[in-house]
Write a new protein. Sequence first.
Length: 396
Amino acid sequence: MIALTMNKLTIEAINKMMQHYVDEGKTAGMVTLVSQHGEIVHKQTCGFQHIALQTPMTFDTLFRIYSMTKPVTSVALMTLFEKGLFELDDPAHRWIPALGNLKVYRDDGNYEDLESHITIRQLLTHTAGFSYGFDADNQPVDKLYSVVWDALKQGPDLQEFMNVIFELPLLAQPGSRWQYSVATDICGYLVELMSDMPFGDYLQQTVFEPLDMIDTAFEVTQDKFHRFATLYGIQGDDHLAALEANEDSPFIPATNTSKVNFQSGGGGLISTIDDYWQFAQMMLNGGELNAARIIKKETVELMTQNHVSDKLFPLTFNGIVPDVVDGYGFGLGYCINMGADQIGSIGDFGWGGMADTYCWIDPVEDIVGILMQQYMPSMTHSGRLDFRRAVYNSLH
């Protein structure tokens, strides 16, 4: 193992990368963090969390981390695995009977019965047959999903959302295809059912409080509004349009005393770069941080190995670039580098979010890298890859 040397030139390279994206109008602002051997060796802000108000990015800026919620949900579910409440290949309809009655869409437009049961392992690896609706123009099942997302504006709770999802057909037979999907939301629902606690309460008790993740939640409370970054993206000819006002944000409760109804295990959390580093460093440490053990080392090792059959490769994307990629597998909540990425290590794992946040963990080099910003669509620019490249270029 070679030490990561964040010298002046290295820091300048990362800062120059961040400034370039801000100056070119490709993002409003970024916050980056790199640690090695448990020590933060780089942490920097650039640009604005709100352009019109000229509010700068800060280390306590709150971000919609969207799908970076998925590893958190997966860890929560695996704490229940450690308690012996399920095995990975158990049929999930044992807890959610509706999963045993789903139909599967066929190319001829008809539906067919399930050929096998949906397992918890398949839910954790996005091989259960569900989808997200990203290809509504070309895929009939995805078009149905687009209606579901419109319904989200009505603020359903987790169970109501599940009821809607279970009315839709699967895109493929369980185990026959890797398809990024709402499956992790179902994992969150399983946590709620198995623990007999609201999903958010279980996360707070089992993950957030032990790791001192003081700003991570499903909602932004009124006292934190000033730290909540504006979401920017493409709107017509404006490539840096503000996409969401606070009064319209699904992350802000209707009243000061209420909570967000829909606690999405697939994409519902708000967090800061420091909070998320606590979680990532815990995973790098084998499930423990500052004497707080969240999961066992063996469970971390199980989660961060590939669980997807070779016949389902290549994945449609790896969380770093939006293309179909060889050499990547998927574990229980994380994408796994199996050797194709020259910018990284075999076995490094990570995932990103819809607003172009990204975190990866490299056990070989003992590093964590996190990039936070708020821009949609994600991976419109190559900031994730450029940040990753700048970090590895600092290895001597």
